[in-house]
Design a protein. Structure first.
Length: 198
């Protein structure tokens, strides 16, 4: 068995299940990884989160088990990213569930770096998926995501016309998401703009 560390949309069980079959996900924090809004690809008009190797940095997320066939499905999903191994010694559990004692742990690192802009913004529909996943582990976990992520700028509200290909099906957490973003990232929330067709 192998494992994936998900630190963005893969935190959300619905999002994972749209790609492949995985084991139960468990919350963790990984040292040595900085999460930033930094991945841009020609296929998508937005900026996604990516992992960066930074000594001393912390990044929360989840790990889950996959077999080889499903690992390949997640590889296909994560276009624009390379799969790299994470050392288990850098992983701290955020629950009572014991960490595995064997099996490789992988995560996905973007092949290029940039930062959100008007042309490549942060899309609310994508952020909602991540935050919805975080809230399944509690509001503290969701707030930790906002605190352990860099380059918060150019947020576009596209909820009425989601640009993310795997948008939320269940919107019950949207009020909680909005409350956390308003309290944790007031400047980002204040400058959020509506999505317009080009």
């Amino acid at each position: 068995m192998q494992y994936i560390f998900g630190y963005g949309s893969l935190i959300c069980s619905d999002s994972r299940n749209r790609t492949g079959i995985s084991g139960m996900a468990h919350p963790v924090e990984v040292s040595g990884i900085a999460r930033r809004w930094s991945l841009q690809t020609p296929e998508w008009p937005a900026t996604a989160v990516s992992a960066h190797s930074v000594p001393g940095a912390l990044c929360n997320g989840v790990y889950f088990a996959v077999d080889q066939a499903n690992l390949e499905l997640f590889d296909q999903r994560e276009m624009g990213y390379d799969r790299v191994e994470v050392e288990w010694r850098n992983v701290a559990a955020l629950s009572d569930h014991a960490l595995p004692t064997q099996g490789a742990l992988w995560t996905y690192v973007g092949r290029n770096t940039g930062k959100p802009s008007q042309d490549k913004p942060i899309m609310q529909s994508y952020l909602d998926v991540i935050m919805d996943g975080c809230l399944s582990y509690g509001e503290d976990f969701a707030r930790r995501f906002t605190q352990q992520t860099e380059l918060w700028q150019h947020l576009i509200d596209d909820r009425h016309n989601p640009q993310y290909p795997r948008p939320l099906k269940d919107h019950k957490h949207l009020p909680n998401i909005d409350q956390i973003l308003q309290s944790q990232l007031p400047d980002l929330w204040r400058t959020r703009t509506s999505h317009r067709h080009k």
